[in-house]
Design a protein around this ligand. Structure first.
Ligand code: NAP
Length: 207
């Protein structure tokens, strides 16, 4: 099996993420792509992150129609900050030693990989794939040649931060996120400016 591991906060998941998964699956002839919403994105102490269950459910809704895409709760269910080395160890246990893992995430996020926990093991466990939006400079962050592939994905002109900002100002997000995700955001009142209570972001990433 050739398994893509799509790591991200997905706050919210958008059509750019789905296009990126499809593009990487095509490029590497992947059998499946597992979306793994981050549990506690430890580098986001500067902003509120929506509750993990909301981000998980939006990811389920967004991927429901495509049998090649599945979801894993490993990062949400593991207590403490999310580290990719733990993600990959858990999925390696789940899929077995014969599976080839391809860890896919934003090239911006991978830029800092040399400062991640157990970087060497991360590279042993998976081939790394950094996807980015047009106009962004693609550069190897200093890893050995052959361990990382950088791909430009035009649909990544969409960003989660832009979707959040548009909801806050009442602008439309149709055609930026799947219809089910748009409905979920409205139903739960996510990203609305000044919102307090159960539907507002409740957890601040720590450490
Ligand atoms: P981020 O800093 O929120 O995102 C940086 C950029 O990458 C943003 O432009 C973001 O766009 C994009 N991006 C993030 N995930 C993407 C994806 N799957 N596909 C396409 N673009 C993506 O990154 P993050 O969400 O916190 O972290 C990304 C992944 O790296 C997660 O799996 C996280 O656990 C892992 N990570 C691990 C460590 C560690 O082990 N120490 C440290 C940092 C991150 P959008 O906002 O539009 O998605």
């Amino acid at each position: 099996m050739r398994v893509g591991v799509m790591g991200g906060t997905f706050d919210p998941i958008h059509l750019g993420h789905l296009a990126a998964a499809s593009e990487v699956a095509h490029h590497f002839n992947l059998d499946t792509v597992v979306f793994v919403p981050a549990g506690s994105p430890w580098q986001k102490a500067d902003r509120e992150v929506s509750p993990a269950e909301d981000r998980y459910l939006m990811t389920v809704v967004a991927t429901a129609a495509d049998p090649r895409l599945i979801i894993s709760r490993v990062d949400i269910d593991r207590p403490g900050p999310t580290y990719t080395v733990d993600t990959l160890r858990d999925l390696r246990d789940e899929w077995g030693g014969d599976a080839d893992l391809f860890f896919i995430t934003g090239a911006d996020a991978l830029n800092d990989i040399l400062g991640w926990r157990d970087t060497d093991e991360v590279q042993r466990l998976a081939h790394l794939v950094g996807v980015t939006r047009p106009g962004h400079t693609l550069a190897n962050p200093g890893l050995a040649p052959g361990t990382i592939t950088l791909l430009e994905v035009p649909a990544l002109a969409i960003s989660s931060s832009d979707v959040r900002a548009r909801v806050a100002e009442g602008a439309p997000i149709s055609y930026l996120v799947p219809p089910g995700v748009e409905s979920y955001i409205a139903k739960r009142g996510l990203y609305r400016a000044g919102l307090t209570g159960a539907a507002a972001p409740t957890r601040r990433a720590t450490s």
